[in-house]
Design a protein around this ligand. Structure first.
Ligand code: HEC
Ligand code: HEC
Length: 312
């Protein structure tokens, strides 16, 4: 009986010989061999895997496996090797004056790219992703500078900020001509007309000419007799149609009334000095960066070439 094959009449398939209720039979359909062998192979593979790789959680930690592999370990190794590669550059940047870094293409590229990342993390909230600025926050792409656009000036501004409370910060501020009642509202309005005329905006000509006289007495000391500003005191160029606080009559009146007094934080102590140098190189590279001012002993002719520097 055991050797006898039982065939199901309906399907023509072999049955197991189990019978229920007199005539219900179970078909004998074994798994295909290829499937079964793959299944066994997987079991063997799994045992191997448990043995060599981290697998089972335990009360303290987990089984680490014979290979001692850990994804975290891999990342730590990558980070360490990237850092070792960077350390070489960072040490060189730390040791060099910023202007010399600019002259070394490999170092400069490293610093500028790193500086872009530092900018994104720290500076973009105020100056914008592309450093394009906003009302009250200067655009760092143009060559219009409050506090100077050569590398060392930019480095100094970033390190100590402007009106930041840092002991070495830039801290000259424009008087609050309106709030402190230094000038009458009518005078301020005349001055605003004059200042706007410098950027060729539509103004009341008579008011602008009265404003011109007031400007010489009250404003030229900082903004210059040519109104082109002075980076020693952070006074903007008023002739270039670039406005930090807006160009409408109302905005300019407000600037003169309040003196504005924008605050740029000091980064000294917040990011390390190498990062400050890198981000300064990045900002300088954005397109508005100015050449280094020449030292006195390098000759008068060199000075003349820099006619586009803000007047001192
Ligand atoms: C909290 C907002 C804020 C943050 C953050 C900030 N800045 Fe500024 N930054 C300002 C303001 C406001 C000024 C204009 C100061 C003034 O009116 O004199 C300024 C001015 C500057 C200037 C001088 C521009 C000029 O025309 O001379 C530079 C350069 C500069 N920032 C770079 C940076 C860098 C680099 C960072 C990031 C490390 C940064 N800033 C982060 C607000 C900010
Ligand atoms: C003590 C120096 C000083 C004097 C004097 C001074 N300013 Fe200013 N002025 C500044 C500084 C610094 C700023 C930039 C303020 C800031 O960055 O927040 C400024 C900004 C301005 C702005 C804003 C420009 C913009 O781009 O939005 C105007 C307008 C202006 N001054 C007009 C005047 C007029 C008009 C007078 C004379 C009544 C005057 N200033 C006198 C230093 C001065």
């Amino acid at each position: 009986m055991a050797s006898e094959k039982r065939i199901d009449e309906v399907t023509g398939a072999e049955t197991t010989g189990h019978v229920w209720d007199g005539d219900l039979m179970e078909l004998n359909k074994p798994l295909p061999r290829w499937w079964l062998y793959t299944f066994y192979a997987c079991i063997v593979w799994a045992f191997g895997y448990w043995l060599v790789y981290p697998a089972w959680p335990m009360l303290n930690g987990y089984t680490e496996g014979l290979f001692g592999y850990s994804q975290r370990g891999e990342v730590a190794k990558d980070v360490a090797s990237a850092k070792a590669a960077q350390d070489k550059y960072r040490a060189a940047i730390a040791a060099m004056p910023i202007a010399d870094i600019k002259k070394n293409p490999e170092l400069f590229e490293f610093a500028r790219d790193g500086g872009a990342a530092i900018f994104g993390d720290n500076c973009a909230p105020c100056h914008g992703r592309g450093a394009q600025g906003a009302i009250g926050y200067p655009n760092l792409n143009d060559d219009d500078w409050l506090w100077g656009g050569d590398l060392e000036s930019i480095q100094k501004t970033i390190t100590h900020g402007a009106r930041s409370g840092d002991p070495e910060t830039h801290d000259t501020a424009m008087p609050r001509f309106g709030l402190d009642k230094i000038l009458e509202p009518a005078q301020i309005s005349d001055l605003a007309n004059y200042v706007r005329s410098l950027s060729h905006l539509d103004v009341d000509a008579a008011a602008a000419s009265r404003g011109g006289a007031l400007f010489a007495d009250n404003c030229a000391a900082c903004h210059g007799t040519d109104s082109k500003g002075n980076t020693d005191v952070g006074a903007p160029n008023l002739t270039d149609a670039i406005w930090l606080y807006g160009s409408s009559q109302q905005a300019v009146v407000r600037s003169i009334e309040t003196g504005r007094g924008g605050m740029m934080p000091a980064w000294n102590g917040r990011v390390d000095p190498v990062d400050i140098k890198m981000v300064a190189l990045y900002v300088h590279s954005l397109g508005g960066g100015k050449p280094e001012p020449k030292k006195d002993d390098e000759g008068e002719a060199e000075h003349k070439k820099e006619g586009h520097e803000a007047p001192k």
